[in-house]
Design a protein around this ligand. Structure first.
Ligand code: FMN
Length: 170
């Protein structure tokens, strides 16, 4: 973290990127805990909630969430997104939105759709840095459902049951 503080001092965008790990990976929460020194503890009430602001030297103007998960429905990614939104509110930094990729294991292969999504991600990243904007249609393209949820659950369950049987555990 000591290496990251100087970078945080110079940054104008903070990207908080995390996999979903039932539900939030501890590493992400630890990182968020260590952002606390960026806050100047002069508290205020906004929309009925206690909030703070960053020290003047902090230049971060936008927070972007990037969340990936293995399960099919995009709703599985909601909790980490909510957490990142809360961080933005608490620190009084603009929350710019979320890049979401459910059933992310599809991105490991070199299918056309996986390549197209990777390319879109790159475009969206550059556009966000240059113009500070995220287009809904681009975000929807990146998050688009691939395949069939029921089939994926069955494949995953069958894979597990097969391994269980092979290991003489069933
Ligand atoms: C301990 C653990 C818990 C996980 N829990 C969830 C979960 O609740 N929902 C989900 O969609 N994915 C879950 N995942 C899958 C990860 O989000 C997925 O592995 C990751 O997004 C893809 O990154 P990878 O290619 O590095 O595995 C979990 C993974 C691990 C290791």
């Amino acid at each position: 973290m000591q290496n990251i503080y100087p970078k945080l001092r110079k940054a104008d965008i903070l990207v908080l990127a995390t996999p979903v790990h039932s539900i939030l990976p501890g590493g992400m929460q630890n990182f968020i805990n260590r952002l606390v020194p960026l806050i100047e503890p002069i508290l205020e009430c906004r929309d009925g909630r206690t909030r703070a602001r960053c020290h003047e030297y902090v230049k971060i103007k936008k927070i972007l969430a990037v969340v990936v998960g293995a399960w099919y429905e995009i709703e599985n990614l909601e909790l980490p997104v909510k957490l990142i939104e809360e961080v933005a509110e608490t620190y009084s930094i603009n929350y710019s939105g979320a890049i979401l990729r459910p059933h992310a294991y599809f991105m490991r292969g070199d299918s056309e759709i996986s390549k197209d999504i990777h390319q879109k991600l790159e475009e969206v990243g550059f556009k966000f840095i240059e113009e500070g904007l995220l287009k809904k249609e681009d975000l929807d393209f990146i998050s688009q459902p691939i395949g069939n949820g029921k089939k994926q659950r069955e494949n995953s369950t069958n894979h597990y049951l097969k391994r269980k049987e092979e290991q003489g555990l069933s």
